[in-house]
Design a protein around this ligand. Structure first.
Ligand code: BJW
Ligand code: ZN
Length: 264
């Protein structure tokens, strides 16, 4: 391990454009459950079956119940050591006129809370909601999302409450509001994809932290960076399908490994 850390540090000392892709694993040590693996299910739903336009079409009240629960889980969560290290690295690199570009799949905003600035939120933010009719985006931290959700059990195993249309949050225009996040089968916002592609094409080191590398297009940015000549570093608790691409591979918790890689 010490040898590979030294090799990483030697390489990093000459990096001028540092690109990163993060996922749920970096927030696990803040107490936010990951999607896949232990504790990843909400009731009996896999995330594909509830984070989808089909689920919304069928039962928007249930989908809001899920996001209301997620908002409750995330409301008091704070950035952990891993988020903090990346924010410090960005500050240092910026002072040295180097580039730091962080692309995250997370919707919890903890990178921003930690002080990271150049952050692309590929899958949106849990703290934004969008009108299905006029597309207006609102910043919103209400938990519960409407008074109708006041008496729902936040407990993961609680039985579902059937919500009516009037129970859902509504826009000034009368349209129904939904979470401003990207569900399966939905297109990512083009400006976010453009920034992620730019990062993957221009960086000389692409670091992947806390993601199972199963969801696309996010996982494709790793191949893109590699084929554009960047070295790839992976920091993840479990093996991932992208491990074969890694020039520097670290299996463990991001909160343990990142401080060792960056001495901060
Ligand atoms: C630790 C740790 C610690 C734990 N330290 N590590 C190509 C091939 C195959 C399929 C597709 C493809 N292209 C598109 C698709 C379809 C689909 C897809 O990817 N499907 C796959 C599942 C097969 N993709 C899409 O549908 C995307 N849209 C799209 O492609 O649109 C095309 C289009 C174009 C034009 C018009 C219309 C459509 C959209 C994907 C959106 C994903 N959305 C979600 C929900 C967001 C909102 C919400 O949070 O509710 O995003 S799903 C969920 O997965 C969430 C996450 O961001 C995402 C990734 O999860 P992540 O972060 O990797 O978490 P986990 O739990 O999987 O892994 C955590 C890891 O951390 C684990 O490995 C642990 O070991 C590790 N860990 N503790 C370090 N302490
Ligand atoms: Zn509206």
């Amino acid at each position: 391990m010490n040898n590979i850390i030294k090799k990483f540090k030697d390489y990093f000392s000459n990096v001028r454009y540092f690109g990163l892709l993060t996922g749920a694993g970096i927030s696990a040590e803040s107490g936010i459950p990951t999607f896949r693996g232990a504790g990843g299910l909400w009731r009996s739903y896999k995330c594909q079956n509830i984070s989808s336009p089909q689920a919304w079409e069928k039962d928007p009240g249930l989908v809001w119940e899920f996001y209301n629960y997620r908002r409750y889980c995330m409301l008091d969560k704070k950035p952990n050591v891993g988020h903090g290290v990346l924010a410090s690295v960005e500050e240092k690199m910026t002072m040295e006129n180097k580039t730091f570009s962080l692309v995250t799949q997370n919707i919890d905003d903890l990178h921003l809370d930690a002080g990271s600035k150049n952050v692309t939120r590929l899958h949106g933010s849990i703290w934004q909601i969008r009108c299905c009719a006029c597309k207006k985006i609102y910043n919103n931290r209400d938990v519960p999302i409407t008074s109708a959700y006041e008496n729902t059990q936040f407990d993961k195993e609680a039985t579902s409450h059937k919500f009516k249309k009037e129970d859902l949050p509504h826009c000034d225009c009368g349209g129904v509001l939904r979470p401003h996040v990207v569900w399966f089968g939905e297109a990512l916002e083009q400006h976010n994809v453009t920034q992620a592609v730019h990062t993957a094409e221009k960086c000389d080191l692409f670091m992947v932290v806390g993601t199972s590398c199963l969801v696309h297009p996010a996982a494709q940015f790793i191949n893109m960076a590699k084929s554009n000549g960047a070295k790839v570093a992976i920091v993840n608790l479990d093996p991932t399908p992208a491990d074969g691409m890694a020039d520097f591979l670290f299996h463990g918790k991001s909160g343990d490994i990142l401080p060792q890689l960056f001495d901060c």
